[in-house]
Design a binder for this molecule. Structure first.
Ligand SMILES: *Cc1c(COP(=O)(O)O)cnc(C)c1O
Length: 379
């Protein structure tokens, strides 16, 4: 069943449940073939209305804060893992109530919290340390955890063999939207540098950034990488992708509010790059719009701008077969991940509603936002 975008009140994120299921099936097949555990990284996608569904396929979630851990615990109720650059002392006792795995970013953090973890009587929380293998193939520094002087993970030079007692696993996260050839090369480096310490570990977490559900992703090389580490050191392997779960599963529908002219035609939208799709500015990238072309490809070219006062709130330049006019709806593609988890109410611009489209129930608007949400986070 196709989605009738004309019926969607704008702005609105629309996630297609069938497309989520398609991704989850691919991920489940990797679990089934290798025995690995795949977790949803809430950082990339936290649409909790779908957590029960996601929990039918994946083993749980991973979080990087108290709130993410609690959301995963309450809304999915399967495994909850947590890693943070540093854990906040006031949050830690509550966090322990939610998690099964904790990954520390430094040996100082591990030393600081070790006693607390070990003194738990009602459950066992397995602990690991994040390492920085100082190998990555990411061109954008802001997304590169191995960039020079990175704060994320312990380098081999700073690794403390003397403090490993009580640790069950290692974790690395060095990929971003990458295929499995990068993973294969990364695994080699991790093995060379940290292999000696993996011998006594129970698990190894490969982090996120695996673009497993992308059309050209080489699942066979992923399976080989998992099997290699699994068998060489007798490890349980975890993967914690965010983006791969929600890749190409959702849209952001916006409407044209006005057309202005300044050297070219500029359409002002009721949605915003700065507020609703911040990665468009941060990465930066140009999202696809259904029925549009590159500038000049079709007869009518427009620059699309957001409805904030930020001069740079520009989504990109696009061409269309027909002229745009106020009221026209435009559908931005691949807007499920790193959008609703990152959006903001800068300039008092309201947030897009969140909708789900499913085969059984059609389009459902799950959440709308209003003045209370805006005022409620200020004082
Ligand atoms: C961001 C992040 C993830 C998820 O990354 P994706 O690119 O969304 O797959 C997983 N683990 C850690 C530690 C992260 O920082």
């Amino acid at each position: 069943m196709t989605i009738d975008f004309q019926k969607v009140p704008t702005p609105c994120y629309v996630v297609d449940e069938e497309l989520i299921k398609r991704n989850l099936e691919i991920l489940r097949s990797v679990q089934d073939r290798t025995g690995c555990s795949i977790l949803l990284a809430l950082k990339g996608f936290s649409m909790h209305a779908l957590f029960p569904l996601i929990g039918e396929y994946l083993k749980g979630i991973t979080s990087s804060s108290l709130f993410e851990a609690r959301l995963g615990f309450e809304k999915m109720g399967k495994e909850v893992h947590a890693y943070a650059p540093a854990f906040v002392e006031e949050d830690f006792d509550e966090l322990l109530g939610y998690v099964d795995h904790l990954v520390f970013n430094s040996f100082a953090q591990w030393t600081k919290y070790k006693e607390k973890v070990n003194s738990l009587t009602d459950k066992k929380v397995e602990c690991g340390i994040r390492v920085n293998p100082q190998y990555s193939e990411i061109a954008t520094p802001i997304y590169n955890p191995c960039y020079i002087n990175s704060r994320l993970g312990v380098t081999l030079e700073n690794f403390r063999e003397d403090l490993l007692d009580g640790l069950d696993g290692l974790h690395f996260h060095t990929l971003c939207e990458q295929n499995s050839d990068t993973l294969e090369r990364t695994i080699q480096v991790v093995d060379e540098k940290f292999g000696p310490y993996l011998k006594n570990m129970k698990w190894l977490n490969f982090g996120g950034g695996h673009h497993i559900t992308r059309d050209d992703y080489d699942v066979e090389a992923l399976v080989r990488s998992i099997e290699f580490m699994r068998d060489k050191y007798d490890l349980q392997i975890y993967l914690e992708p965010g983006e791969a779960i929600a890749l190409n599963t959702g849209y952001l529908v916006g409407s044209v509010l006005d057309i202005v002219e300044n050297g070219m035609e500029i359409a002002i939208m009721d949605t915003s790059a700065a507020c609703h799709m911040p990665d468009v500015l941060e990465m930066p990238y140009r999202p696809n719009i259904i029925g549009s072309g590159q500038p000049g490809e079709y007869a009518y070219t427009y620059r699309l701008g957001g409805n904030t006062c930020l001069a740079g709130d520009i989504i990109g330049d696009y061409s269309f077969k027909e002229p745009l006019k106020p009221g026209d709806k435009l559908v931005f593609c691949d807007m499920a991940h790193y959008t609703m988890v990152k959006n903001n109410m800068f300039n008092g611009v309201n947030l897009p509603s969140i909708a789900l489209h499913s085969k059984e129930r059609g389009l459902e608007i799950l959440r709308t936002f209003g003045f209370e949400d805006y005022a409620g986070r200020l004082s």
